[in-house]
Design a protein around this ligand. Structure first.
Ligand SMILES: O=C1C=CC(S(=O)(=O)O)=CC1(O)O
Ligand SMILES: [Fe+2]
Length: 350
């Protein structure tokens, strides 16, 4: 028997443990242009330009680079009671922390969820200046808001059932004719997703995504990284996704945490929003132009911590991995499903 889930508004912040706070500050502030709301020698609280809550990203120096919390805003203070009841009914570890436990945030309900991820739910939060109109502070690569998380878990079907019970709406997925679900995307806000599940050993964080308004902002970030001789921070892209139709770029921060820069997906807010399902062999599913996906994008992800700050042990995926069935990053995949003469594209081989 589960209790009514909390009414989640959006994915709101991530707490990242980093090995060198100064190096991470230089990456997220000097290179990417995130705004410092508050900082001390141990933690830095950052937000995107259009954000009005205290932060979207906490950088905390620590021995093991990892994700310590996925923060979700709920619709009212009473939804914290719903969160506590929902997760206790699931038999999860639950801790209710007083205001101030997290800088700038009121009372927080922290859980280690059924997939092993450290989720936390909050309503009361300090407001920070929303810089929407301050074009004088926008760089050419202006990052305007947090868009989504992406989580690696061994069993996407079980993970999807948990997220859908939590009130998330599936918007897209990748499946095989073998009946395997390789990845799925889930929304609370009215765009393609607030989080996604990528099949693999987990729990791990695949990436956090921030949004820009335009594609040219993403291209500027690439040019800036080139000019800074930091092009090795670029892992994948720029390109156009199949899933979500967004324009994208994936970066790796100084600890290897993956950051996506993302723009122009589509509206999904109607109750009967149709789910888009992609064939795992469709070469345009992850890159609409058919560009290969670099193997590290499938293999690498960030450790997550439990409520005591210890790394959560990984469980291996038992079903086939996407790289296995597409033979490398994008091996035997089709551009045109029934065109076996010209439609198959032998992509990158491992
Ligand atoms: O946000 C996303 C949207 C689409 C994709 S994919 O590579 O097109 O599947 C990946 C992603 O989850 O990062
Ligand atoms: Fe993403």
């Amino acid at each position: 028997m589960t209790a009514t889930p909390p009414d989640i508004v959006r994915s709101a912040y991530l707490e990242l443990v980093v090995s060198d706070l100064a190096a991470s500050r230089e990456f997220y502030v000097d290179v990417l242009g995130l705004v410092v709301t508050e900082e001390d020698g141990r933690e830095i609280h950052l937000r995107a330009l259009e954000e009005f809550i205290h932060h979207n990203l906490v950088l905390r120096e620590g021995p093991v680079p990892a994700v310590a919390a996925f923060g979700f805003r709920v619709r009212s203070p009473r939804e914290l009671d719903a969160a506590e009841a929902h997760y206790r009914a699931l038999g999860c570890g639950v801790r209710r922390e007083p205001a101030g436990f997290r800088t700038g945030v009121g009372e927080v309900v922290r859980v280690l969820d059924p997939l092993g991820f450290p989720y936390e739910f909050f309503y009361d939060v300090a407001h920070a200046p929303r810089l929407t109109w301050r074009s004088d502070l926008y760089g050419a690569g202006a990052i305007v808001r947090l868009d989504h998380f992406n989580q690696v878990c061994p069993d996407v079907v079980a993970g999807a059932a948990y997220l859908e019970e939590l009130g998330f709406k599936r918007t897209e997925d990748i499946r095989g004719d073998d009946g395997v679900t390789y990845a799925a995307w889930f929304a609370r806000k009215d765009t393609v997703h607030d989080t996604a599940l990528t099949g693999g050993s987990g729990p791990r964080m695949h990436h956090i995504a921030f949004a820009t308004h335009e594609k040219h902002n993403i291209l500027y970030i690439c040019d800036k990284l080139g000019a800074l001789r930091r092009s090795d921070a670029i892992e994948r892209g720029p390109g156009r996704h199949g899933v979500s139709n967004a324009f994208y770029l994936y970066l790796r921060d100084p600890d290897g945490h993956r950051i996506e820069i993302y723009t122009q997906d589509y509206y999904t807010g109607d109750p009967d929003n149709p789910v888009v399902t992609w064939d795992v062999h469709d070469n345009q599913r992850r890159d609409w132009w058919g560009h290969a996906v670099v193997p590290s994008w499938y293999t690498d992800a960030s450790t997550v911590l439990d409520l005591d700050g210890a790394p959560v042990p990984l469980r291996e995926r038992e079903q086939a991995s996407e790289m296995d069935v597409t033979i490398g990053a994008d091996g035997f995949s089709y551009t045109r499903k029934d065109d076996t003469a010209r439609g198959f594209k032998v992509g990158e081989q491992l």
